[in-house]
Write a protein that binds this ligand. Structure first.
Ligand SMILES: NC(=O)c1ccc[n+]([C@@H]2O[C@H](COP(=O)([O-])OP(=O)(O)OC[C@H]3O[C@@H](n4cnc5c(N)ncnc54)[C@H](O)[C@@H]3O)[C@@H](O)[C@H]2O)c1
Length: 323
């Protein structure tokens, strides 16, 4: 460990939710950029296999821990002395959060409180938080920009909004530079297709790979703003490690809408004889259209996506071939 922290020099980064889908890509990206990384995760949905690449490197360490256990988290942070923290650990399933509001609050709000306190007590300069487009709810004002009023319509979105406010409060009272990144629909390798609550692209891709018909809830014309996980990891890492960037709230999105039927067409170009989709009644609470405005992240963070939809789908499918 370095004897003395040098303000503005971000070399040690702690990642919560490190063994998850986005967390593991974030660790890979941090290591590629020469950072010393500690990952923590309770392995509730994350897998150590996701960290296979990171674990072989001597600048990476991992601790299994629950972000809600504040004394343990504070000890880990104070011991590691991060310059920046990336907080990704969460209960990520909207339906599970809806049915277990207390658990959603415990992990997504109280867990964020523990992480903020540990970041503050360990002297971290910056924190980046994985927020969500769910904070906007069912807005018609597409594409959604950050000034749009927030109006979450489910427990998960409410907790993400509460966590954003909690962290911005830490910035106000303790100077912890806070960046809340509102992710839209993230997809790519390592997203777990076995969960019914996983991202739609992973579920569709897995069905196509195994020759099963996909289920489309509704007419298939509902649309999403899909963003590739390595683009997300690049933006998260830049926000955490570039000390010239001020904090704030930013959408992380592609700014391009794709319908579920367009997604299926892209998969059909690769899996030529997949059975036609099975249409079922639309699910209550599903948002019809989601589209973000990426302009603020571009202007203030210098971020733009670099992976086209075709490239991202290709990389995802290559990663699941032969499984
Ligand atoms: N995937 C998306 O499309 C998307 C969209 C918007 C926001 N997000 C947010 O991005 C973050 C990462 O999501 P993901 O898609 O990689 O999901 P994920 O489930 O793969 O990752 C979450 C990780 O957090 C860990 N975790 C859960 N509870 C924990 C706890 N109490 N203590 C320690 N670790 C805990 C899990 O084991 C898992 O590894 C989450 O905060 C999620 O809400 C994701």
């Amino acid at each position: 460990m370095e004897d003395q922290k040098q303000p503005g020099n971000i070399s040690r980064v702690l990642v919560t939710g490190a063994a998850g889908f986005i967390g593991s890509h974030t660790c890979d990206r941090l290591l590629e950029t020469g950072k010393t990384v500690m990952g923590i995760d309770d392995l509730s949905t994350g897998k150590l296999a996701n960290l296979a690449g990171a674990s072989g490197q001597d600048t990476f360490s991992f601790q299994q821990a629950d972000v809600c256990d504040e004394p343990a988290i504070v000890d880990i942070f104070v011991d590691f002395q991060p310059d920046a923290v990336i907080h990704l650990a969460a209960l990520v399933s909207v339906p599970i959060a809806e049915n277990n509001p207390a658990e959603n609050f415990r992990i997504n709000v109280s867990g964020t409180q523990s992480v903020a306190q540990a970041a503050h007590l360990s002297g971290a300069e910056r924190i980046v938080f994985a927020s969500s487009a769910a904070v906007y709810g069912n807005s018609d004002a597409l594409p959604l920009c950050e000034e749009e009023p927030v109006n979450p319509v489910n427990q998960y979105g409410m907790a993400k909004l509460e966590a954003e406010n909690l962290l911005l409060g830490y910035e106000e009272s303790h100077g912890l530079v806070t960046t809340c990144l509102r992710f839209f629909n993230v997809y790519g390798p390592r997203q777990d297709p076995s969960s019914p609550y996983s991202g739609v692209i992973s579920i569709f891709a897995e069905h196509c790979r195994t020759g099963q018909a996909v289920t489309v809830y509704g007419d298939g014309h509902q649309s999403r703003d899909f963003i590739f996980v390595k683009d997300i990891a690049r933006a998260v890492v830049a926000s955490a490690t570039n000390s010239t960037l001020s904090g704030g709230i930013y959408n992380l999105c592609s700014g391009k809408a794709k319908t579920l039927l367009q997604l299926l067409d892209a998969l059909k170009e690769i899996y030529l004889d997949i059975p036609g989709p099975v249409f079922k009644e639309g699910r209550k609470g599903d948002i019809r259209h989601s589209l973000g405005d990426p302009a603020a992240a571009h202007a203030k963070l210098g971020f733009s996506t670099s992976t086209s939809f075709a490239e991202g789908i290709g990389e995802l499918l290559a990663s699941i071939q032969g499984q």
